[in-house]
Design a protein. Structure first.
Length: 293
């Protein structure tokens, strides 16, 4: 199946997201998981490509030159090179962040690529395929063996809470298993906790993150009991977690500021015990703490 280039509306069937908010949420999880694989310049290219995919959530059909021009204008002629952008594309494809398809003009010549962003792989029921996907530009084509492995990963584990990895605190396991007695699902929920705990430099404070995790899960269950509006519980859980981690960290910053432990060196950047930290505003308002050398 050959794709013909055209307006972005013509590729609506490729979108895997119901809204821009949902797309941004999945991109946050992709970045939390794989940001360390990209250089700062590559991150600039990826974030700009994400912005081009905002009109039709998760899909964009844009020339590399157009993306690079936008970056150069935004950064006052201090943009990134074409080779850097292509290196970012290669890494993102390998991570599974998006899939790239070739498009062609009416005369058969190659046109700009179509970038289709994928959903972050959490424990969600697999979507029914609505169309046959075209051939990817990547040489790493999906084999029948790869597809079978992926299918097995998406299926319920059929193992109860006694098979949960030792990396997951037992207090969290014992609470969650009362509602979802599935080893893989419990581990997936804890994985969301671990991502944010590392991001906020709290991964060594087990008591704190377990308390936040259980409180967030309790709020999720209450929501599930009172409404049917939650389409993806684990994504809703992640949103609750994010708010609670942010609130907790802000409270800690306020205490350190009052005690003189922390000094604000410039807006959103602080020095604590000789180390400088800053808030990284990602995707129009999402916030997380990162180390700044």
């Amino acid at each position: 199946m050959n794709l013909k280039s055209g307006s972005i509306e013509g590729f609506e069937q490729f979108s895997q997201f119901g809204s821009l908010k949902e797309f941004n949420h999945h991109m946050e999880m992709w970045m939390l998981e794989h940001k360390m694989h990209f250089s700062k310049a590559e991150q600039v290219g990826l974030k700009r490509l994400v912005r081009f995919a905002a009109k039709l959530p998760g899909v964009c059909n844009v020339k590399i030159g157009t993306v690079l021009k936008a970056i150069h204008e935004e950064y006052h002629d201090n943009g990134i090179s074409r080779s850097t952008f292509k290196r970012m594309i290669s890494k993102a494809k390998k991570c599974g962040i998006f899939t790239v398809y070739e498009t062609e003009r009416k005369n058969g010549s190659q046109s700009s690529n179509l970038y289709v962003f994928n959903r972050f792989p959490v424990s969600e029921p697999p979507k029914q395929e609505t169309m046959n996907h075209p051939k990817e530009t990547s040489n790493l084509l999906k084999t029948e063996k790869d597809q079978k492995i992926k299918k097995r990963k998406e299926e319920p584990s059929e193992l109860n809470h006694t098979f949960v990895s030792n990396r997951v605190p037992q207090e969290f396991v014992q609470f969650v298993k009362c509602f979802f007695d599935d080893a893989k699902l419990i581990e997936d929920y804890w994985h969301m906790v671990h991502i944010l705990a590392v991001d906020y430099k709290l991964h060594n404070e087990t008591d704190v993150i377990v308390a936040i995790a259980i409180d967030s899960f309790r709020q999720l269950i209450r929501k599930l009991k009172f409404t049917k509006a939650v389409r993806k519980p684990i994504a809703y859980f992640y949103g609750i977690l994010k708010q609670k981690f942010y609130r907790y960290y802000c409270e800690q910053l306020a205490e350190m500021r009052e005690e003189g432990i922390m000094e604000e060196v410039k807006p959103h950047q602080y020095t604590i015990n000789g180390e400088t930290f800053e808030w990284d505003w990602l995707h129009g308002g999402s916030v997380r703490m990162v180390y700044s050398a």
